[in-house]
Design a protein around this ligand. Structure first.
Ligand code: ACO
Length: 430
C-alpha cells in the first residue's frame, strides 16, 4: 500500500510534522507542506518552483521523461491529427469534446465577438510605428477591461464565460491590428464568413486596394500551431495568469499579465530568438561553432529552442512540428536554407555529450518559427502567434481557478538576505 504521509523531524527542536501525500490521477505524488512553518518553524525553499506544485488542475498532463502531453486526457498527437483549434479551446475550457450542436454554438459565439471597439483604434494610434507588437499586445489586451467593465466579475459564471469567448475571439483581431500598425496599413475588420485561422490571415495580409484569398494550406498550418500552443499546464505565463487571478483581478488583467510573462526569451519569446539565432548562424558549416559557444560556460549564448524545464526527452510538440515543417514548406513550394541550418543544428546537438547528459532536446519553439516565416509572418510577430494559441489555455486555467471558488491569494515567502536590524542615522552624521 502506498504511503499517505511522510514525517519530517527537526532533531534540534525535537518537533516533527506529518506531511500528507497528495496524489493526482497521473504523475508523481506531492507533499502537502502547508503546515510546515506552523508546526516545524521552517519554510520550504524552491526557486523557480522546480519541485513545487502550485495547484490542482484537471486540464493538461505532461510526462516530461516519456515526452507525453495530454489535453483533458487526449494525447496531443491525436488532437493534432484530428481536431481543430476551436474544438481544442472548447475542450480545454469545458473539459469534454463538444457534440455537433455544442461545437456549432461555440464557434458561432466566438465568430460573433471578433470585432473590437472603434476606440481601441485611437488607443493603437498612440503607439510609435516601430513599437514591438508584443509591447502593443500587452497594452491593447489590458485595455479591453476598460470596455467591458460591467461583465468582469470573477464570481459570476455568465461574466466568466462571456469574457472567455471575447478573449478567444478578439485576440486575433488585436494581433492583426498591431501588425497593420507596424507596417502602416489600415486595420482590416474581421470577416465572419471565414474560419478562425483564415480570418486572422485575412486581417493580417489583405489590403483594401486588392483582392486577397487565404491559402488553405497556410490556414491549416496555423490551426495546427495554435493547437500545439494551446496549453502546457503551469508554465510561467499560465502560472502568472493564476497568480494575478488569485488576487481577484479581472480576467482581462490576468490574460494581459500572461501576455507579458510569455514575452521573455526563456519562454514564448524563444521562437523569435530561434529564428534570429538560425539567421546569425547562417550556413550549415557554422553549426559546430554555435554548438561550441552554447557549451562554453563563459559565454551566455544558449541554443534557443533547446531544453525544457519539464521535458527531459523529446518535446512531443517538437516532433509534430518538425514533420509539419517539411510538409508545409513542400506544399507552399518554399525552400528555406534556415531549415537546413536547423536540421544540421539538431543533428549535431542530439549527438553531443553536453546536450545528451543534460537531456536537452528541441522544444516546441525550435521549428515553429520556420513555419511562421513560410506563412509570411514577420519575426516580431512570432511570440504574438504563441499568445493567440495560449489564450485558450490561459482562460481555461483562469476559469478552473475561479469556478472552484474560495481562491487563496498566491503569496510566497522568501529567505531574507538583507541587513539585520540597524538604527537610522541622521543625514548630517553619514
Ligand atoms: N543551450 C545550452 N545549454 C543549456 C540550454 C541551451 N538551450 N538549456 C539548458 N542548458 C544547460 C544549462 O546551462 C545547465 O547546464 P549546467 O547544469 O552545466 O549548469 C543545464 O542545461 C540545465 O539548464 P537550466 O537552465 O538549469 O534548466 P531550466 O529548466 O531552468 O531551463 C529553459 C529551461 C529555460 C527552457 C532552458 O533550457 C533554456 O534557456 N532554453 C533556451 C530557451 C528556450 O528555448 N526556451 C523555450 C522553452 S519552451 C517554452 O517556453 C515554449
Amino acid at each position: 500500500m502506498s504511503t499517505s504521509k511522510l514525517t519530517l523531524s527537526d532533531p534540534d527542536s525535537g518537533r516533527s510534522v506529518d506531511l500528507p501525500v497528495v496524489r493526482g490521477t497521473l504523475g508523481d505524488p506531492a507533499l502537502d507542506v502547508a503546515k510546515i512553518n506552523r508546526d516545524l518553524g521552517y519554510f520550504t525553499f524552491d526557486p523557480g518552483f522546480v519541485s513545487t506544485c502550485s495547484t490542482r488542475s484537471a486540464i493538461t498532463y505532461i510526462d516530461g521523461d516519456k515526452g507525453v502531453l495530454l489535453y483533458r486526457g487526449y494525447p496531443i498527437e491525436q488532437l493534432a491529427e484530428q481536431s481543430n483549434f476551436l474544438e481544442i479551446a472548447y475542450l480545454l475550457i469545458n473539459g469534454e469534446l463538444p457534440n455537433p450542436t455544442q461545437y456549432h454554438d461555440f464557434t458561432e459565439q466566438v465568430t460573433h465577438h471578433t470585432m473590437i471597439h472603434e476606440s481601441l483604434k485611437t488607443f493603437m494610434n498612440g503607439f510609435h510605428y516601430n513599437a514591438h507588437p508584443m509591447a502593443m499586445m500587452c497594452g491593447m489586451v489590458g485595455s479591453l477591461a476598460a470596455f467591458y467593465h460591467d461583465s468582469l466579475d470573477p464570481d459570476n459564471p455568465h461574466h466568466r464565460m462571456v469574457t472567455a469567448i471575447r478573449l478567444i475571439a478578439k485576440m486575433p483581431t488585436i494581433a492583426a491590428a498591431c501588425y497593420k500598425h507596424m507596417v502602416g496599413q489600415p486595420a482590416v475588420y474581421p470577416k465572419n464568413s471565414l474560419g478562425y485561422c483564415s480570418r486572422f490571415l485575412d486581417m493580417m495580409f489583405s489590403v483594401p486596394a486588392e483582392d486577397y484569398e487565404v491559402d488553405p494550406v497556410a490556414a491549416k498550418a496555423l490551426d495546427l500551431l495554435f493547437i500545439l500552443h494551446a496549453d502546457h499546464e503551469q508554465n510561467a505565463s499560465t502560472s502568472t495568469v493564476r497568480l494575478v487571478g488569485s488576487s481577484g483581478a479581472n480576467p482581462i488583467a490576468c490574460i494581459a499579465a500572461g501576455v507579458a510573462a510569455l514575452w521573455g526569451p526563456a519562454h514564448g519569446g524563444a521562437n523569435e530568438a530561434v529564428l534570429e539565432m538560425l539567421t546569425e548562424i547562417g550556413t550549415k558549416d557554422q553549426v559546430g561553432k554555435a554548438v561550441a559557444r552554447a557549451k562554453d560556460k563563459n559565454d551566455n549564448f544558449r541554443l534557443m529552442g533547446f531544453g525544457h524545464r519539464v521535458y527531459k526527452n523529446f518535446d512531443p510538440r517538437a516532433k509534430i512540428i518538425s514533420k509539419m515543417t517539411h510538409e508545409v514548406l513542400n506544399k507552399l513550394g518554399i525552400h528555406d536554407p534556415l531549415l537546413e541550418v536547423a536540421m544540421a543544428l539538431e543533428e549535431v546537438a542530439l549527438k553531443d555529450d553536453y546536450f545528451v547528459e543534460r537531456k536537452l532536446y528541441p522544444n516546441v519553439d525550435f521549428y515553429s518559427g520556420i513555419i511562421y516565416k513560410a506563412l509570411n509572418i514577420p519575426v516580431e510577430m512570432f511570440t504574438v502567434m504563441f499568445a493567440l494559441g495560449r489564450t485558450a489555455g490561459w482562460i481555461a486555467h483562469w476559469l478552473e481557478q475561479n469556478a472552484e471558488g474560495n481562491v487563496k491569494i498566491g503569496r510566497p515567502r522568501q529567505i531574507y538576505t538583507g541587513s539585520a536590524h540597524r538604527d537610522y542615522v541622521a543625514m548630517e552624521s553619514r
